[in-house]
Design a protein around this ligand. Structure first.
Ligand SMILES: [Zn+2]
Length: 294
């Protein structure tokens, strides 16, 4: 992916060096297999990376028990660089800010007069959001209550440290998916879905799946624009389509070692559904084509 090195986004809130809870050692909710409870962004990212790099990134979740997996990031003393000093993550901050701004430029165009910016909060280890404590281990997530996307760069640091630099397109894709959740909030879709879920608990899961698939489709709409702006490099789109195909609850269940696939418990959609909806967004470039609720 091509991006503007040195770009600074006005919508990035850099909280990496604040004490707002980052050294608090809070209990991290565990899944049955002992990994951290991940948000949709975290699962998405691990699956995309597993597919792109042909390695099981989910093994990181199992590295617990003091092994220093992603679920148990080592405490670190990180202080802000001295004035004039070098921020070792400067490029990374610049990259995510650039992807964020490119996404929001698009949504301002497509939803003229309606769209309002989301903020991207960068934190380290743990940070309080209106949706609860953000955890490095949960990966990126969107909080509808404060309309912000939360991202801990140490999540990526850990992946880079163990596996070399993770794919930039995979990161952009996950960020675009989280911005897609913000678009759903702006359009009132999230609110309608929450109401429908409250009225009809039996459809709760099905509606959650539709929300996730729509965010994939909206990420596809952005990928189309990025392609038209020649920001993508050869292979990125194919990588995105393959990635979407590999990111489904059926795969998640298989990879998480349960050994069986139970569609009733899907909250993200199957791999095939995800690929189809990403492709739908990418080929049409039209958010109106992203009606996953129909
Ligand atoms: Zn999601």
């Amino acid at each position: 992916m091509r991006w503007r090195k040195g770009h600074r986004s006005a919508n990035v809130e850099d909280r990496r060096f604040e004490s707002g809870g980052r050294r608090m050692r809070l209990p991290i909710p565990r899944t049955r297999r002992g990994g951290a409870q991940m948000g949709c962004g975290g699962i998405l990212l691990l699956l995309v990376l597993s597919m792109v790099f042909k390695q099981d990134f989910f093994s990181l979740l199992d590295a617990g028990g003091g092994g220093g997996g992603i679920s148990t990031p080592a405490p670190r003393e990180q202080t802000a660089p001295a004035p004039g000093g070098v921020d070792p993550e400067a490029d990374h901050v610049s990259f995510v800010g650039d992807v964020l701004d490119r996404n929001q430029d698009l949504w301002h165009q497509l939803l003229a007069g309606k769209y309002r910016d989301t903020k991207l909060v960068l934190f380290r280890d743990a940070y309080p959001s209106a949706c609860g404590m953000g955890q490095a281990a949960s990966g990126p997530f969107y909080c509808p209550a404060d309309e912000k996307v939360y991202l801990d760069l140490s999540f990526y640091d850990e992946l880079s440290r163990r596996f070399g630099a993770p794919g930039d397109f995979a990161q952009a894709y996950v960020l675009a998916h989280e911005v897609g959740h913000h678009v759903q909030t702006v359009l009132g879709i999230s609110r309608q879905v929450r109401q429908a879920q409250a009225q009809n608990p039996r459809q709760k899961n099905q509606l959650s799946v539709a929300m996730e698939l729509q965010a994939d489709c909206l990420a596809g709409v952005w990928a189309r624009t990025a392609d038209e702006m020649q920001l993508l490099e050869p292979g990125d789109v194919e990588e995105g389509l393959r990635a979407a195909a590999s990111v489904g609850d059926d795969r998640i269940q298989q990879m998480s070692g349960r050994g069986y696939v139970n569609p009733e418990s899907f909250t993200h959609g199957s791999a095939q559904q995800r690929a189809e909806w990403f492709k739908q967004g990418y080929t049409t470039g039209d958010p109106d084509a992203c009606d996953t609720f129909g």
